[in-house]
Design a protein around this ligand. Structure first.
Ligand SMILES: [Fe+2]
Length: 336
């Protein structure tokens, strides 16, 4: 029997200890998930939340950051964490079974946890087709009808990178020129403001990520967004062909993690059937794990085929994608 004081000293450890999460994702989206994890394992989850600068902070502080697990969105940010040298390649059998290979780094330096599709939000009144392709957005029939945020936003860079992977640089550049010529206005604002553009009649189709449909349709703080959502329907581009472009939210185990074992446990929980269903539902996203039920709201948008390109391959074309977007002066909009 250990002495009483020694037992007290180790109380936290006996109950499973703690894990420090640096999160770009909103605390209210992830906290219920962490509470569940703590109930099951006794491991306390401490969260540092910020909308920006976390990768930089972990890099600058090194071990003093005390960061175990980084949660972020987009392959661009996951790839940046690796490029900045803060990621530890980690792999376990449980993780490999949970996360399909196209949604994780080959060496385990980043892990996808949820998927979001980059889709077309089409006007219910002014678009009369129930299927669409990314390629056709460059055709003259869409002239003056497309709204999209900055071409240099990470979401669009990944989409263009997927076009390079599928069609090569030259065809992708021509495509970008065609889409730019069809824009209704200069790219600006976030994904939801593009849907608002459709609602307001400025454009007929908007490019955006799927979960924003959920955010708008359930928005009690800004209920006018429900009307934006109601004016459009989601078309999954290329779903009947090579598949719709998907991106990820995901996690990285930090190189200097002080509680690496606990970070792995948390990552495995997030990839478990229970964790996947909860995580995806809270963000109106798709689980990466196969066989996990989609939330009812997400199901209501319909089924789709996802492009099976690996996100690692998409990451490899990101730099060239960004250059092409500049070369065609995409963000100048339709007039120049
Ligand atoms: Fe987003």
């Amino acid at each position: 029997m250990p002495a009483a004081h020694a037992a007290e000293d180790h109380a936290a450890e006996d109950q499973g200890g703690e894990v420090n999460v640096y999160s770009y994702r909103q605390p209210e989206l992830i906290e219920p998930l962490f509470e569940r994890f703590t109930e099951e394992t006794g491991i306390d989850v401490n969260v540092v939340f910020s909308g920006k600068g976390l990768i930089e902070r972990i890099k600058q502080l090194g071990p003093a950051a005390q960061a175990d697990l980084l949660l972020t969105v987009d392959i661009g940010n996951l790839d940046q964490a690796v490029a900045e040298g803060i990621a530890a390649p980690v792999t376990t059998e449980t993780l490999e079974e949970a996360v399909p290979s196209e949604y994780r780094a080959e060496d385990g330096s980043w892990w996808g946890l949820t998927r979001r599709a980059r889709v077309v939000y089409a006007s219910k009144d002014r678009v009369d087709q129930d299927a669409i392709t990314y390629e056709e957005l460059a055709e003259p029939k869409w002239k003056n009808r497309i709204c999209i945020r900055s071409g240099q936003h990470v979401y669009n860079v990944a989409l263009v990178a997927s076009m390079i992977a599928r069609h090569g640089e030259e065809e992708t550049k021509t495509w970008l020129e065609g889409v730019k010529a069809n824009l209704a206005r200069k790219p600006a604002g976030n994904d939801r403001l593009q849907v608002k553009g459709v609602y307001a009649g400025e454009c007929d189709v908007a490019i955006g990520n799927t979960y924003y449909m959920g955010v708008m349709a359930t928005n009690e703080e800004e209920p006018e967004q429900k009307e934006w959502a109601d004016s459009v329907e989601i078309l999954f581009p290329n779903s009947e062909g090579r598949g719709t472009h998907v991106n990820l939210s995901g996690a990285v185990i930090v190189k200097d993690a002080p509680h690496k074992e606990n970070a792995i446990k948390l990552l495995e929980f997030l990839a478990s059937e229970e964790g996947q269903a909860l995580y995806a539902e809270m963000n109106h996203e798709y689980p990466v794990r196969e066989g996990v039920r989609w939330s009812e709201l997400v199901q209501s948008w319909g089924d789709f085929e996802a492009d099976d390109l690996s996100l690692q391959e998409i990451a490899e074309h990101r730099e060239r994608a960004s250059e092409l977007i500049d070369e065609v002066n995409f963000d100048d909009g339709p007039s120049s």
